[in-house]
Design a protein around this ligand. Structure first.
Ligand code: FMN
Length: 250
């Protein structure tokens, strides 16, 4: 029996949340980083996996779904985690459940949690905070109990199954600005290989707008266009203002 922590976390909020939950459930986890392509993995029914993804437009990031498809779960149990930026997560958990069921997982528990909004960081700022940590620890204790005492009832999570909220790929891409020193960190870190041999070469079709290049830039030179940023902030202010709470589904 082994524990696997699988995360797709471009700017770190999803991983921070997953780590809090995982630390209570088991001492030793094998980390599988879905930011990089993964080769085929075969699990057994004894294995336990915590799979954490962010919500992008109320869906799971397409790249994470493609990589998860390489896992043959063979009945391994899955704890689903969706992390969102204090707006809404709509079909993220239901889509993740469908993807994992197709891989052969037995989905036993799910958590929806809030972290800083990775595009406009003032929404959900500082989250997961101390209150979130305490709540996530309490959730993880319940999950651990459920793993020890399995239920016959199927896991039910919010959202549609099969027919999801259409994903609107936002037209903007982050770009380099004057402070760019051409160090290549953005290109090396991009989960989809969308950045070419110089930071100005970006394939807009490949870019999933995950903000990883912005987060890892050592000089803070990679940014969204100011007009796009301001318009997005205004739009999100109407729906991200009120504090949302973490949720557990068992
Ligand atoms: C392209 C994109 C789309 C997003 N869509 C949503 C959304 O629909 N609802 C929401 O609450 N947060 C949304 N967010 C915010 C992220 O879900 C949130 O910040 C998450 O913690 C990011 O994970 P990470 O820190 O591991 O990268 C979006 C972020 C990005 C980059």
């Amino acid at each position: 029996m082994a524990y696997y922590l699988m995360t797709f976390s471009p700017t770190g909020g999803t991983k921070r949340t997953a780590d809090i939950l995982a630390s209570v459930i088991a001492d030793q986890w094998n980390h599988i980083d879905l930011l990089r392509p993964i080769s085929e993995i075969s699990l057994t029914a004894d294995d336990i996996c915590l799979i954490a993804v962010p919500s992008f437009g109320g869906r799971i990031p397409t790249t994470s779904a493609e990589r998860l498809a390489n896992i043959h779960a063979n009945g391994a149990r899955a704890i689903l985690v969706c992390v969102y930026g204090n707006r809404a997560y709509e079909d993220t958990l239901s889509e993740l459940q469908d993807v994992l069921t197709d891989c052969g997982f037995d989905c036993v528990a799910a958590v929806a949690a809030i972290a800083e909004h990775s595009i406009i960081r003032e929404f959900g700022a500082g989250r997961p905070d101390a209150d979130d940590s305490a709540q996530l620890i309490a959730f993880a204790e319940k999950i651990r109990e459920r793993l020890e005492n399995p239920s016959d009832k199927p896991l039910v999570v919010p959202g549609e199954h099969g027919t999801y909220k259409p994903f609107k790929n936002t037209p903007f891409v982050p770009a380099e600005t004057d402070g760019c020193v051409n160090c290549g960190t953005c290109a090396d870190s991009c989960p989809t290989g969308a950045i070419g041999d110089t930071p100005d070469k970006i394939d807009p079709e490949r870019c999933i707008k995950c903000m990883r290049c912005v987060a890892v830039c050592p000089t803070g030179a990679r940014k969204l266009d100011e007009t796009v940023y301001v318009a997005l902030r205004e739009r999100l202010a109407a729906v991200c203002g009120t504090r949302k709470e973490n949720e557990l589904f068992l």
